[in-house]
Write a protein that binds this ligand. Sequence first.
Ligand code: OGA
Ligand code: MN
Length: 287
Amino acid sequence: MTLSIRKLHESLGAEIDGVDLSRPLDTDTKSEIQAAWETHGVLVFRNQDIGDTEHVAFSRHFGDLEVLPETDRTDDTMPEIFILSNVGADGKIMPVESEPVTFNTLTWFWHTDSCYRAIPSKGAILHGIEVVKGGGGETRFANMREALAEMPSDLRSRIEGLEGQHSWAWMRSHRNLPPMKAEEAAKVPPVQHKLVRNHRNRSQSLYISPLYMERIVGWDEEETRSLVEELTEWAAQDRFVYEHAWQQHDVVMWDNTWTMHIVLPYDPGSQRRVMHRTAIAGVEAVL
Ligand code: OGA
Ligand code: MN
């Protein structure tokens, strides 16, 4: 055992010490990280001043990496790195009404990444390069296995057999972003996933992603919103949620299959926030 693992919350999250992510990983350390990730869902590595190349190399240990359908990356960044930033190439905060800044504020809704894909992402690894100091910008993660396991039986029985429709285009509509071009939209058609997700280890989790969930299949708008709100409120209770307060050069790695997350609002016009992320591709459709 080379790592030290300290739980951060009774339900999920652990801080990992004893690894330098700028160096190649040996097989034992990799296996220990993999096991800790499966157990705790969210791993926090402090003081990891890594570049994008090292970030991508570390991420590749855990699977193939996704490339997003749309990004604000510039030509000198790697396609596997998704940049969430309100700072422009000139080093200044961008106008709050600019598309990248507006897009970033979509993370202020609960979601799980890449649920708009037929095979959603397995997980993501986020590096805090410039973090908000004091009030706002924290990231909350919810344990959706426990949220399902402890759900009152009447609510549990109401979601049995339901599917949600997840849509990239609908997600953009929350912030009135300009509609996508038809050929862009055609690359990311809506997909449907079960609300009760089965895992290979026989556990189950609640699979909702309120930011992207345009519809419960077969339900109307009003019924959909009311159920999604009820489920979100249930899962977002403190007992299922770890809140991460960012320090510069934290690297946070989460499982997208049984957790969801949200960023707490900050002032994008005055608080700099620069985060680089990789997304680990899923290997199978939602069971
Ligand atoms: C993401 C995301 C959270 C954050 O990268 O998918 O939701 O804290 N980021 O920026
Ligand atoms: Mn996200």
